[in-house]
Design a protein around this ligand. Structure first.
Ligand code: NAD
Length: 483
């Protein structure tokens, strides 16, 4: 716990402000339920003030040269790195993740600023000659962007939006998650300290149904970049339709992990453990369903169990902790329900399936990493997004069967495959229905490559050059020579 309560704020027009109503909410540490800090609870009216500030700042920022914008973004990246420890500690306290992971998240956000500082310079147009006219194609910033983010990676997922938006010449209003808004606000404050002009970067807090909804429905915002639940994404898509707004939606996942007969089982088990349990399974690209070839399933399962049982769970501020608490009691309860449903339908519990014992775990939302065997697709754990630390294993006979099972979902964010055979890797990668395929790796995030979902996992792409394009509009200027 911090020595004193941290007092957070909103950022509007370059100023640190409280909500017009004066209302505040207390943020609690999910490891101990001790108070971490206070944040203002904004309303639609606060959101409107922020949107107006972003609109005022837009003309000057959009006309600032890409070199100048890059200078400020690089400066901000350096400052974020300097402040890593401070921001990371706040993140661990409000979100629960181990400090080493919080530091990595903050550093990754700084890298994002550096990457888009340079990518913003590669906003090229086109020039086409056609008889007595010429066509000039320009890419121009779309306008004020509304950036709405979830609690599982509150700093990084905001950086995925903030960096390309600013590099493209957009100004923005961000709405961090209501129960983990402090570190994200510190991150944006750092950008302002690095020299962003007033109003280019704004942050408002408050309920999604009010503050988030205003950002979506206001005629001022021209682009909505959202990461969160599929249900919320549907609402945003429907409400952005009224003004045909540009939208990018990064939504839920239910990622399969296929282990082929010829896979390096040690590497596969280690990679699978990490991707199933890191951040307590609260990652949109977590491993949610494991399909193991029946010839190696027992061996793979034994190795997975070995790796799982080595994980140390505890308060994220303690050194050498691999897993912290879950983010909330609601998340833990959903996990319990999914495990109970699977066990009632015939799954076997190999480890976990309960809270850890001891005084250190009494108050936090802890849950042991859990491995289930003998699961099938009648179980909720294989169909819905659990967002919890559970690795359910199912066996398959042929690769075609594994691919069909992997695709038997409404989601399509990430899919993983472990094999040593190039033909198998290509055959499966071309048939798996997901925006990111990891072959012999457990992560489909790479700063220079597009990230996003198929099916109900989303629309649009973040990261890479596509991430910048998401904040640009295309304009064709046709120039006739005959006056
Ligand atoms: P959520 O949808 O409940 O909330 C996300 C954000 O939207 C919050 O800031 C919330 O306040 C806001 N919001 C809620 N209702 C709104 C509305 N009507 N209008 C505008 N904004 C509104 O999601 P969450 O519980 O914070 O996050 C977990 C979800 O995020 C999971 O489903 C996970 O898979 C998904 N996620 C997806 C990705 C991805 O890249 N695809 C990454 C991380 C998390």
């Amino acid at each position: 716990m911090l020595d004193t309560m941290y007092h957070s704020y909103m950022l509007i027009d370059g100023e640190q402000v409280q909500a017009l109503s004066g209302r505040v909410d207390v943020i609690y540490n999910p490891a101990s339920q001790e108070p971490v800090g206070e944040v203002p609870v904004g309303s639609r009216q606060d959101a409107r003030l922020a949107l107006q500030a972003a609109r005022r700042a837009f003309p000057a920022w959009s006309e600032t040269s890409c070199q100048k914008r890059a200078e400020i973004l690089h400066e901000a990246a350096d400052l974020v790195r300097e402040r890593t420890d401070r921001i990371a500690r706040l993140l661990t306290q409000e979100q629960g993740k181990p400090l080493k992971n919080a530091r990595a998240e903050v550093r990754s956000s700084a890298d994002m600023l550096d990457y888009y500082a340079e990518e913003g310079k590669r906003n090229f147009g086109e020039w086409m000659a056609s008889g007595q006219s010429r066509s000039i194609v320009l890419k121009q910033p779309v306008g004020v962007a509304a950036l709405i983010t979830p609690w599982n990676f509150p700093v990084d997922l905001l950086a995925w939006k903030v960096a390309p938006a600013l590099a493209a010449g957009c100004t923005f209003v961000a709405k961090p998650p209501s129960k983990a808004p402090i570190a994200a606000t510190e991150f944006v404050k750092t950008l302002i300290d690095a020299g962003l002009p007033p109003g280019a970067a704004n942050v408002v807090h408050g309920p999604g149904s009010e503050v988030g909804a205003e950002l979506v429905q206001s005629p001022i915002s021209r682009k909505i970049a959202f990461t969160g639940e599929t249900k919320t994404g549907r609402w945003i898509m429907a409400h952005a339709a009224g003004q045909i707004k540009r939208i990018s939606l990064e939504l839920g996942g239910q990622s399969p992990f296929i282990v082929c007969q010829d896979a390096d089982l040690e590497k596969a088990a280690s990679a699978c453990t990490q991707r199933a349990f890191s951040n307590m399974g609260q990652i949109c690209i977590s491993v949610n369903r494991i399909y193991a070839a029946e010839e190696i399933a027992d061996q793979f399962t034994a190795k997975l169990l070995e790796h799982t049982q080595r994980l140390r769970i505890g308060n994220g501020l303690e050194p050498d902790v691999d897993l912290g608490p879950m983010f909330s009691e609601a998340q833990r309860e959903k996990t319990r329900e999914h495990v109970a449903d699977a066990l009632a339908k015939g799954a076997s519990l190999l480890c976990g399936g309960r809270e850890p014992e001891g005084r250190a775990f009494e108050k936090g939302f802890f849950y042991l990493p859990t491995v289930l065997d003998n699961v099938d697709h009648s179980m909720r754990i294989m169909r819905e997004e659990t967002f919890g630390p559970v690795a359910p294993i199912m066996r398959f006979k042929t690769l075609e069967e594994a691919i069909a099972l992997a695709n038997d979902t409404e989601f399509g964010l990430a899919a993983y495959l472990f094999t040593r055979d190039l033909k198998t890797a290509i055959f499966a990668s071309e048939r798996l229905e997901a925006g990111g395929i990891g072959v012999n790796v457990n992560n489909v995030v790479d700063i220079q490559a597009p990230f996003g979902g198929w099916k109900q996992s989303g629309i649009g792409r973040e990261l890479g050059h596509d991430g910048l394009e998401a904040y640009l509009e295309t304009k064709h200027i046709r120039l006739g020579f005959e006056m």
